[in-house]
Design a protein around this ligand. Structure first.
Ligand code: SAM
Ligand code: SF4
Length: 444
């Protein structure tokens, strides 16, 4: 039902990847710049933005249950905006299926939210799923706030067309944001308190740009330029594609101190046959060689990955190949998923779809192997002294939580504040976190 009321407060609920978290923050800043206020914890918001994820069926379906929960047949119902990748892929369907939704806005068009809200307040519903490259960023207000660790989207979209994946359709073609814009945004984030910036992109290491004098820059040059910002202490990036890894990026891991020893490099499968059917354009071996080169440049680098089990046609032998690859790499952490057929992608109509029970069983075995390695990585780090960036308070009084250079969650007790870089001795390892003993603070 269209919503004839100007919203004063808003809430943005982001699902899915870190790029959505970044978009959600930018939407919040945009709405705040229009004079709206973020609803506080527990307060009903006048406008709710559901910033959705379309990567797997489960994620995609969440939007409809959320819309159902927000629906009310009186004037206390919030105005609802659906943003993100489900909006892009299923905009029309949402408008038909959910009359309580006032607007649908795609990931490249959310800078137009204020106009759409005005329309909605006049009782008119609207959809905007245009994909104008980079205009969104130009139209957004400057960054205002930043936590100790901040995201910065440097690259969007994807041209790789893995056969299972919706990203090339929902996020559009690969584009790099201009270098000068990124530098300005990074400076602003650091000024506002960010000590760590994670550079984001679906294929972040495919970023290219140029300086004002026309010198071309690769992703490693971007890292080296950001390294010069004095207030910034740490640089991370995600997600990389094995085929876009350059010698320069590998070298940067050995040379740029602020570049953290952590690499998220999805492989998806350890079977060349499956990788080919996935259109991944790398083999298990070429992937392992890339990892080796990173380890030569930075021996302590922590490796993370993504896996899909049950891709159409995956046999027991293919799955065993994946387990072998896991044994070879020794992941510090990883994400793993059951294959989810996505409408419109080539894999959705491939023959020999794997039965659900078999997928469940394979996922369990895969995750057992990954959990074992994650615990082993954490245990091997006990006894190390390292810096931790303090991100928030822990559950217990006097307890703090932060990240080690290897992206482990570290908790410790003592005098600290959010944004501090503190030295700790890693003392005790769990599967998901490590207990640290605080040494002296080394300055914010
Ligand atoms: N661009 C990145 C890459 O190539 O790794 C990340 C893409 S996606 C947002 C994150 C992960 O979701 C992928 O690496 C893949 O493991 C998983 N994924 C994507 N499509 C999927 C599907 N249809 N079913 C299950 N998992 C999927
Ligand atoms: Fe999807 Fe493949 Fe592109 Fe990653 S590289 S976003 S998995 S199509």
């Amino acid at each position: 039902m269209p919503h004839p009321r100007n919203p004063q407060t808003f809430r943005v609920k982001s699902f899915g990847c870190q790029m959505n978290v970044y978009d959600g923050e930018r939407m919040g800043e945009l709405l705040a710049a229009q004079g709206m206020r973020a609803a506080s914890e527990g307060e009903d918001a006048d406008l709710v933005v559901l910033n959705t994820c379309h990567i797997r069926e489960r994620a995609s379906e969440k939007v409809y249950s959320d819309i159902g929960r927000l629906r009310r047949d009186d004037d206390t119902a919030p105005m609802i905006a659906v943003a993100g990748c489900v909006a892009q892929a299923e905009g029309e369907e949402i408008m038909t299926r959910a009359p309580s939704v006032s607007m649908v806005v795609g990931p490249q068009a959310y800078h137009r939210l204020p106009g759409m809200i005005e329309e909605a307040a006049r009782g008119r519903r609207s959809t905007d799923t245009d994909m104008p490259a980079n205009t969104k960023f130009e139209a957004l207000p400057e960054r205002r706030r930043a936590g100790a660790s901040a995201f910065l989207t440097v690259q969007e979209g994807c041209d790789k067309f893995c056969t299972y994946c919706v990203v090339p359709y929902t996020r559009g073609a690969e584009i790099s944001r201009p270098f000068s814009d990124l530098l300005r945004e990074a400076e602003k984030l650091a000024e506002n308190g960010a000590r760590e910036i994670t550079l984001l992109g679906q294929n972040v290491n495919a970023w290219t740009g140029a300086t004002s004098s026309g010198r071309s820059l690769g992703f490693d040059d971007l890292i080296r330029e950001l390294d010069k910002l004095p207030k910034l202490k740490r640089i991370r990036y995600t997600t990389s594609h094995p085929n876009d890894v350059t010698e320069g990026l590998i070298r940067a891991h050995g040379e740029v101190e602020k570049l953290m020893p952590f690499l998220h490099l999805p492989v998806q499968s350890g079977s060349d046959r499956v990788l080919k059917a996935m259109n991944r354009s790398h083999t298990a071996d070429s992937y392992l060689r890339v990892i080796e080169r990173f380890r030569e440049a930075r021996p302590d680098i922590a490796i993370s990955g993504d896996f899909i089990v049950g891709f159409p046609g995956e046999t027991d032998a293919d799955f065993e190949d994946t387990l072998r690859l896991i044994d070879t790499v020794g992941y510090a952490q990883a994400f793993s998923f059951k294959y989810s057929p996505r409408p419109g992608t080539p894999a959705a109509t491939m023959e020999r779809q794997v039965p659900r029970e078999l997928m469940d069983e394979r996922l369990q075995r895969l995750q057992a192997a990954l959990n074992r390695d994650q615990l082993a990585f954490n245990q091997a780090s006990v006894g190390r002294r390292c810096e931790v960036l303090v991100e928030r308070r822990g559950k217990k009084p006097g307890q703090w939580l932060g990240k080690s250079p290897w992206l482990q969650s570290v908790f410790f007790e003592g005098e600290a504040a959010i944004g501090d870089m503190v030295s700790v001795d890693l003392a005790e390892a769990g599967a998901n976190s490590v207990r640290g003993l605080l040494l002296e603070p080394v300055g914010a």
